[in-house]
Design a protein around this ligand. Structure first.
Ligand SMILES: [Zn+2]
Length: 80
């Protein structure tokens, strides 16, 4: 067989710029993912911002919550 083990072809070293990365966040499920109803009680799955008041939900991070509205950060209580 031929000894052309790994010879990279020297052609078309052009990278297309018009590529659209389809990286859409899948967090747009609506408000129904923010709470659930148990025994006629609404249980919010996310905390609301203490500064902005109810209605402003804070983003859930691994160790903290942040408010996208005012930037308030609240660290989760260290458990475990
Ligand atoms: Zn806020």
């Amino acid at each position: 067989m031929s000894e052309n083990s790994e010879e990279a072809p020297k052609e078309e070293k052009r990278i297309e710029k018009a590529e659209k990365p389809e990286k859409r966040k899948k967090e747009e499920k609506g408000i129904y993912t923010l709470y659930k109803i148990e025994n006629d009680k609404v249980i919010w799955l996310r905390p609301t911002c203490e500064r902005c008041g109810p209605g402003y939900f804070m983003a859930d991070h691994s160790d903290r919550y942040t408010c996208g509205h005012c930037g308030f950060t609240r660290y989760k209580p260290a458990e475990k």
